[in-house]
Design a protein around this ligand. Structure first.
Ligand code: HEM
Length: 446
């Protein structure tokens, strides 16, 4: 990497500017990229922040020198909910549990799960026959939660959905508030409104998770799902099984990471297709021409849906469910000639990376053709990272993509949801990127 001076903000100016982040983080990062370039430093009090949008540096941090970059403050806040589960853990513990969980995401497992993806989507499609209007964001949360429950925990989570949804929403709102107000975050032991609300939500979520785990243990049923591996795996080194707190942490991690992300990807896809009726018509035509008129939709069927898969990819470019990835540098490092002190916070705003005008023509435009094979082969690496990259890349990427494709195919086979006139749509970047007011849609049927 060549030597270069990077734009730097420090002192009062940096602090004042950083106060804008919690108000509108997406535009803050995007504007900084457009105004100051793809590598920027902020020094706020004793903390060194680096905002990176440059794909070469992103590759270096997430992949080449990933061992020098651990999960940052954002994940420490998330860990109030997910504990030492896979998302927020590090080192030996992460490695061991990543290997353990990986088994649940084998190609053959995804094949098996595809039946569940279809069955649950078909049930929802039948329910929609009786309805005229829906909040599609709520519908997708319910659907993906139920799917992750059946696939990874062999559990029917129907009765938990409402309470889980409410409490997870509260928890992620509080976690985001705390993470984005760092370093002026109010200590967790002080019972202000946010901290009280977060603690209350975690207690409720814990009740559900503990019930799911204890139901399985008392049933003595053995299956080959993720929960079975968590409960019955034996550590090769210590000969011990996983401790109950770790089982709880991994369970919450997968329940949370495995549904909210995919749900938002689907909600935004329905929204974008509602806003682009010509592309929607073509997607519906492709689905009707390539999958059976009724009954099971398989992985082989969705492999024929070129346009639909490009739409899904483009949707995750414009509105990436995970809009930010953050790391803390362990030791000193040099990024593009710039010395980075140990303990620096490196922020990768996926939302802005995906709209970098240097790599994307008309970046704000919805254009699924960007993902045609000839366009993809020209694309510079690390400019499209909806699932992250390097060793911490999303473990559920194939699960999620297959699930979303089957759901889109199944629901568009019978329905044509479009945005309810006058429903306000605004992005809300919490831990994931949600629609702030939900997404009310009218159900058309042909
Ligand atoms: C469209 C859907 C999804 C998106 C966009 C997404 C995105 C991501 C991203 C960007 C990361 C990396 C975060 C980082 O590097 O800091 C990640 C990690 C992770 N994801 Fe996903 N994800 C999705 C679906 C899923 C599903 C379905 C599951 C599980 C069933 C899952 C489980 C996880 C876990 C456990 C991690 C942590 C992995 C590790 O650190 O080893 N995700 N995801």
């Amino acid at each position: 990497m060549e030597n270069s001076k990077i734009p730097k903000f420090k002192g009062w100016k940096a602090f004042k500017k950083s106060l804008q982040i919690p108000k509108d983080p997406l535009n803050f990062f995007l504007n900084d990229l457009k105004t100051y370039g793809d590598f920027i430093k902020y020094k706020i009090f004793h903390l060194n922040y680096y905002f990176i949008f440059d794909p070469d540096i992103i590759r270096y941090v997430l992949q080449e020198n990933n061992s020098n970059y651990k999960k940052s403050i954002f994940y420490k806040e998330l860990a109030r909910l997910t504990g030492k589960g896979l998302i927020a853990s590090e080192g030996k513990l992460w490695k061991k549990n990543r290997r353990l969980a990986q088994k649940a995401f084998k190609k053959s497992s995804i094949e098996e799960f595809s039946k569940i993806f279809y069955e649950e989507a078909e049930l929802l499609s039948d329910e929609w026959n009786e309805k005229k209007e829906i909040d599609i964001s709520k519908e997708m949360m319910k659907l993906t939660f139920q799917i992750v429950g059946r696939a990874l925990f062999s559990a029917n989570l129907d009765s938990y959905i409402k309470i889980m949804d409410e409490n997870l929403s509260n928890a992620v709102e509080c976690i985001t508030k705390r993470a984005t107000s760092y370093p002026t975050t109010i200590p967790y032991f002080i019972p202000n409104k946010t901290n009280r609300s977060l603690k209350k939500a975690i207690i409720e979520i814990d009740k559900i998770v503990n019930e799911i785990i204890s139901n399985r243990i008392s049933s003595k049923i053995r299956t080959n799902d993720l929960l079975d591996s968590l409960i019955y795996s034996i550590d090769e080194e210590t000969g011990e099984s996983m401790d109950p707190k770790q089982i709880r942490d991994e369970t919450i991690t997968f329940l949370f990471a495995g549904h909210e992300t995919t749900s938002n990807a689907l909600t935004w896809t329905f929204y974008l297709l509602s806003e682009h009726p010509e592309i929607r018509k073509k997607v519906i035509e492709e689905i009707k021409n390539n999958i059976p008129k009724e009954g099971r939709i398989t992985i082989k069927d969705i492999e024929k849906l070129d346009l639909t898969s490009r739409v899904l990819k483009e949707s995750m470019r414009l509105l990436p469910p995970v809009w930010i990835i953050e790391r803390n540098s362990i030791g000193e490092d040099v990024l593009r000639g710039e010395k980075i002190p140990a303990g620096s916070i490196v922020t990768i705003c996926t939302y802005a990376v995906h709209r970098n005008p240097k790599f994307w023509t008309n970046p704000d435009e919805f254009d699924p053709d960007r993902f045609l094979p000839k366009e993809e082969s020209k694309r510079y690496h690390f400019t499209y990272i909806p699932f992250g990259a390097g060793p911490r890349v999303c473990i559920g990427n194939n699960f999620a993509f297959t699930e979303a494709m089957i759901i889109l195919a199944c629901l568009y086979r019978n329905h044509e949801p479009t945005l309810m006139t006058s429903h306000p749509v605004e992005m809300e970047p919490l831990v994931t990127l949600r629609p702030k007011y939900g997404m009310k849609m009218v159900l058309g049927k042909d």
